[in-house]
Write a protein that binds this ligand. Structure first.
Ligand SMILES: [Zn+2]
Length: 455
């Protein structure tokens, strides 16, 4: 009898989410083109819902808002979120449950964990609604993918992820929560980031995906291998990268030499879908209605478009772990111009550094790691680089370059440009290497401070 009731409840939940998906996916691809007013109205609705939920059920927000004398009617718009303190990653890392709703038992939530490339991994909880809504929101970029693939359903997609990633569990839970006839489902292949490129290529040639999704650093390794070996390779219709960015040189190889469009996705375990790239590749469209984002300076002051600073985001979707006004630790800027694609969602620059990577100069000044990265921008023959700060004003640069690159000319050029940005008295040692190993956790970073590396 109890089993019968449980089955009936499951069927009801499945029907409910399938209905929700069918209705919402249909128009989600058009949301990024809505008027700024309509997006702001949706954002305000979402802020109100998230704040009410946080105040009533999330211990951190209940305590903080009471301490500050705030109640839900005080926080109506995304700007009002500034009344709350900025939440640091370490706070959530130390005590994720303090940021998690008591509305349901923890065991009902899906546990997600980040790879922890720069320190201890972070754990957050996601509710079932956020999982399904995440799939709906992903339609904003999926609409671009499916137009490149040439069909809206039933295509093949390969995901290359860390074995610790919750991507398989999320997919499995999604399949339990919803029901779609087999021909409409996306067929998935999961590969591991620890597979060497030649193994991945073998699997990809077997599966013949329309879409490949992977971290930028894995795509770097994969396409550098393909470029060098000319191995037979099934070409997908589009490549999507998330996590740390793909290098400019490899991006050019993928799009020009292989003729495959490349799209970036900005997401984080703590906040879900933040922003996505369209086929114009001019920046990342921020999902402002569900994930308001602002850029602040070192004192928390708001920065103007074009100025690089800390990315602060709020997740208005997740009803398990709630993070509002959250410092991701990434550095980026809002781009002042509109995108040629017609989407009204504002544009964010590529993420090129982490705020814990600020470089220390010999005179004690701290500068943004982007100042070092720009030295490599126009170098088509630099496939990958890593600048490691050994001491203030003392740097080692490892570079992986094309086999026919003129190394001595490149050394002079790079040293000149780096010293222009890091100070003429900066020690810059340039070393040509065959490969740059990822950091613990599998991530590549272009700029590393030794103390960060050792943490
Ligand atoms: Zn666009």
């Amino acid at each position: 009898m109890a089993d019968g009731i449980k089955r009936a409840q499951q069927t009801f939940e499945q029907l409910r989410w399938t209905g929700y998906l069918t209705v919402h996916i249909a128009w989600q691809g058009r949301v990024p083109f809505k008027s700024a007013d309509a997006l702001r109205r949706a954002q305000t609705r979402n802020v109100e819902g998230a704040i009410r939920h946080a105040y009533l059920t999330v211990p951190f927000y209940r305590d903080t808002m009471r301490r500050l004398g705030l109640t839900p009617p005080d926080i109506i718009t995304a700007d009002d979120l500034l009344k709350l303190p900025i939440v640091e990653r370490e706070q959530v890392q130390r005590d994720p449950e303090y940021f998690t709703s008591e509305g349901r038992p923890l065991s009902e939530y899906l546990k997600r964990q980040s790879s922890g490339s720069t320190g201890a991994p972070i754990t957050v909880f996601e509710d079932r609604g956020a999982l399904v809504r995440g799939v709906v929101l992903a339609q904003r970029q999926r609409a671009i993918l499916t137009s490149l693939v040439g069909r809206p359903f039933g295509y093949r997609s390969t995901m290359i992820a860390a074995p610790t990633s919750a991507i398989r569990e999320r997919e499995a839970l999604f399949r339990v929560l919803t029901w779609f006839p087999r021909p409409l489902r996306t067929q998935r292949q999961f590969l591991s980031v620890f597979d060497p490129p030649e193994v991945a290529v073998w699997h990809l040639n077997e599966f013949r995906p329309h879409v490949i999704g992977a971290s930028g650093s894995y795509l770097d390794a994969l396409f550098t291998y393909l470029h060098e070996t000319r191995a037979a390779f099934h070409r997908p219709k589009v490549v999507v990268f998330a996590g740390e960015g793909i290098s400019d040189a490899v991006r050019r190889i993928v799009s020009r030499e292989f003729g495959i469009p490349v799209l970036g996705l900005y997401q984080a375990v703590e906040v879900g879908n933040i922003a996505f790239e369209c086929q114009h590749n001019s920046g990342y469209h921020v999902n402002t209605d569900i994930c308001p984002l602002r850029i602040v300076g070192t004192e928390g002051e708001p920065l103007a478009p074009g100025e690089v600073g800390d990315v602060i985001v709020s997740n208005l979707v997740n009803r398990a772990t709630v993070v509002l006004n959250y410092r991701l630790g990434d550095l980026a800027s809002m781009l002042p111009e509109a995108c040629g694609c017609g989407r009204t969602l504002p544009l964010l620059s590529a993420i090129e550094g982490r705020s814990d990577d600020w470089i220390e100069l010999a005179d004690g000044r701290q500068i943004n790691p982007l100042s070092a990265c720009v030295a490599f921008r126009k170098e088509a023959e630099v496939w990958r680089f890593r600048l490691t700060q050994r001491a203030p004003g003392d740097f080692r640069v490892a570079v992986v370059v094309a086999p026919d690159a003129d190394r001595s000319e490149m050394t002079t050029r790079l040293r000149g440009r780096l010293q222009a940005n890091l100070g003429t008295d900066a020690q810059v040692e340039i070393e040509f290497v065959d490969a740059i190993e990822p950091l613990p956790g599998g991530k590549h970073k272009a700029v590393v401070r030794k103390d960060v590396l050792l943490r």
